[in-house]
Design a protein around this ligand. Sequence first.
Ligand SMILES: CC(C)(COP(=O)(O)OP(=O)(O)OC[C@H]1O[C@@H](n2cnc3c(N)ncnc32)[C@H](O)[C@@H]1OP(=O)(O)O)[C@@H](O)C(=O)NCCC(=O)NCCS
Length: 190
Amino acid sequence: MVERPRGQIAPPPLHRMETDMKIVTEKTIHNTEVERLVAEAFGPERFAKAVYRLREGVAHDASLALVAIDRSVVVGTLRFWPVEIAGGTPALLLGPLVTAPDRQGEGIGSRLMRAGLARAAAQGHRIVVLVGDEPYYRRFGFVRSLARRLDLPGQYDAARFLARELVSGALSGVCGLIGLPDRQVLDKVA
Ligand SMILES: CC(C)(COP(=O)(O)OP(=O)(O)OC[C@H]1O[C@@H](n2cnc3c(N)ncnc32)[C@H](O)[C@@H]1OP(=O)(O)O)[C@@H](O)C(=O)NCCC(=O)NCCS
């Protein structure tokens, strides 16, 4: 143990002193680390969740997949999946969002969220939905009220089903079950 004169403050952990964190588009080389972060955060039970019915057999939107990288290590991940509301209105399903357990509370999740939503808006997407903790996601504009007229396949906790408009009024008059996107969208994001 390093002896320190009385009253001297301990230095911050090394990764906080030398952080060089960047948010970049996920590449194939990141895949294993991304899958590991997601598996560690949500466990094998994740596949039973309602949102996974909308991910099975569908690729995430690679142009919107982001990773937080610090000195070549993936310390955070955010992906979006294309979906369609009531067979006609395109939308994005946000998630999973994960920050490495030893890096939580440093703002990595917030940076991923802001970058992902900005990119989705710039690409012309209008609606984003997710199932997650409202106390966390409300700071990014996700609210329960906008998802009240929407539904997901299978069982889920309605209190955690949230939506956000990227274009004001995008959810006006939109209601119904969220399902898989149409073929053209799938071809575009693959
Ligand atoms: C949720 C998660 C992605 C947040 O990432 P992060 O990098 O720690 O987030 P940030 O540093 O940007 O924000 C931290 C803030 O969010 C708060 N926060 C984190 N998780 C929260 C939650 N589930 N509900 C409410 N607030 C939460 C923290 O208390 C902290 O608050 P503060 O800013 O007032 O101090 C991360 O905790 C995580 O990976 N959790 C496990 C996987 C998960 O639950 N993913 C989200 C699905 S709901």
